[in-house]
Design a protein around this ligand. Structure first.
Ligand code: FAD
Length: 502
């Protein structure tokens, strides 16, 4: 009851803040957009990650099909390379995925990108082996590599729950896939909430607003399953507990399915490839520090401050989380602001071998040793995974990736590993810290400012961002061609329809 009451309060707050935004948008969206002199729309994309490069790809493809020729797109990226949270790191002689690494077989856009760009996919990771769930002292569950024995022990520990989970995730993915047809039909959404409603109705709308634990309990899962398998997945994929949002939680559990893949040579090749293929101008080392809205009758432009220079654009795509972009918004009717905090996840690469005594695994053969150690809440690290390089090779000395919320002490590494060397460590503000129920920001920050990373508050993943990038491209196309793409049927009164009623 308490949870429901809190959800209502937050929904009211969400409605009120969106309502204010909609009042602002009402003015903007009802005004007919006018192309500037020369009829070329100047579009700025802030951020060259999967989101920014995906946006550029979708918009340029869309414009090619619809005649095009009326846009001038520029990307501004503060780093000297593209792809942001999808990056590789050198350990020894090889490169390893340091950020976004795993893709699901149902990730259509990411797969399409590899096909368009002629990139190969790794589907049989040579580092794959048995996994276990460690509670900091003992193993709650541990595979041995023998598929019959592992199936029996999985059943003895969790009964039919892993099968039930597989079924639940498949069902979710079946609804989720409808977004591809919706987007192929040219429909766009102003809010993630409406997008979720169009994909999976009320269940999808409610999922990010309840905890993963509550959702799984409502589906009849046991506390043992939730506190072990579900917690292990939430911790390795999002550095969080089962108190995280249900939607992102299910995305993390989809990572337990088979057929996962990555891009041979590194996932970041997708960004390089898409940007190059689109032929747009990409400005590296170009941080956008300020966006000022300049409005005159019938025309709104946006002045971007990049370094010491200012430039004006007709459409701005924000393809980085506001929480991390550090941009000052000036003269916006509703000032975009951070929606919450981002979860710190530290990715540390260690060369060496796991300390068998610490894990109570003295005497077992190397092939029986878990290559993926998941953990339950309370353990000082989130996960340890044996790594293969981006070229799907194993190094002569094993390399492990340790995820933790806080920096680990030398003594902690010494307890986990024998003869280990910490090779490199990266502190990520990795993904939103999901603390449901929470507000999900709008895709529309102003009449011609679209926000790709709003979707991260549903779930942060490369495919989610790609879907949002296409949505931003469709919103842009709506502005360019003066058509309304907002025709997807919502299942409940949305902010738009509530506004209309008033
Ligand atoms: C450790 C880790 C593991 C992950 N694992 C997975 C996984 O296995 N599978 C999966 O699907 N997802 C995973 N993710 C999530 C996934 O990486 C992200 O959801 C996705 O990469 C976000 O892409 P983006 O383009 O929206 O944002 P980003 O990659 O953050 O790109 C934003 C870009 O904008 C630039 N920028 C920021 N501010 C400014 C500014 N003011 N001016 C100019 N440029 C700016 C940044 O430098 C950056 O390049 C993981 C993330 C992390 C950190």
């Amino acid at each position: 009851m308490m949870l429901i009451r809190e959800m209502r309060t937050v929904e009211m707050q969400a409605f009120f803040s969106c309502f204010l935004l909609c009042i602002a948008l009402d003015v903007c969206l009802s005004a007919t957009p006018t192309p500037p002199t020369g009829k070329t729309w100047r579009i700025a994309v802030v951020g060259a990650g999967i989101g920014g490069s995906g946006y550029v790809h979708f918009l340029t493809e869309h414009e090619k099909k619809s005649g095009g020729g009326q846009t001038s797109i520029e990307v501004f990226e503060q780093a000297d390379v593209p792809c942001g949270r999808v990056t590789t790191v050198k350990v020894g002689n090889d490169l390893y995925e340091e950020g976004g690494s795993i893709l699901h077989p149902s990730n259509q856009y990411m797969r399409n990108y590899t096909e368009i760009l002629g990139l190969k996919r790794i589907t049989d990771d040579v580092s794959d082996g048995p996994f276990g769930i460690f509670d900091g002292v003992n193993w709650d569950y541990r595979q041995t590599g023998s598929s019959l024995w592992d199936t029996i022990t999985l059943f003895l520990r969790y009964g039919f729950e892993p099968l039930k989970l597989n079924w639940l995730v498949d069902n979710m993915l079946n609804s989720f896939k409808s977004i591809y047809n919706i987007q192929n039909e040219g429909k766009a959404f102003t809010s993630p909430r409406d997008m979720l409603a169009a994909m999976g109705g009320q269940e999808f709308v409610q999922l990010p607003q309840m905890t993963l634990a509550d959702y799984l309990l409502s589906k009849g899962f046991s506390l043992t399953f939730i506190n072990e398998l579900a917690a292990g997945a939430a911790r390795v994929n999002y550095g969080q507990n089962t108190t995280m949002g249900g939607f992102a939680g299910l995305v993390s559990l989809a990572g337990s399915q088979s057929g996962l893949w990555s891009v041979l040579g590194g996932n970041n090749q997708v960004c390089y490839g898409l940007l190059k293929r689109s032929g747009v101008r990409v400005n590296y080392n170009s941080r956008v520090s300020r966006i000022r809205r300049i409005s005159s009758p019938g025309k709104t432009v946006y002045e971007l401050t990049i370094g010491n220079a200012t430039r004006q654009f007709d459409i701005v795509i924000l393809a980085s989380p506001i929480e991390k972009a550090n941009i000052t918004f000036v003269d916006f009717p509703v000032t975009p602001k951070p929606n919450g905090i981002f979860q710190q996840t530290i990715a540390t690469f260690v060369e060496g071998s796991l300390n068998r005594s610490y894990f109570h695994l003295d005497g077992i053969s190397a092939s029986e040793f878990p290559t993926d150690v998941l953990t339950t809440e309370g353990t000082f690290f989130n996960s340890i995974g044996k790594e293969s390089s981006v070229n799907n090779t194993l190094p002569s000395i094993p390399v492990y990736k340790v995820f933790s919320r806080d920096a680990l002490q030398a003594s902690q590494y010494e307890s986990l590993f024998n003869d280990s060397r910490v090779m490199t460590s990266k502190v990520w503000l990795a993904y939103p810290h999901y603390n449901p129920p929470h507000v999900i920001p709008s895709f529309v920050l102003d009449d011609q400012v679209f926000y790709v990373n709003a979707i991260e508050w549903v779930a942060s993943a490369m495919e989610m961002i790609s879907i949002s990038a296409r949505n931003a491209a469709l919103l842009t196309a709506g502005v360019l061609h003066n058509v309304s793409p907002f025709d997807a049927p919502p299942t409940e009164p949305t902010m738009e329809s509530k506004r209309d009623e008033l």
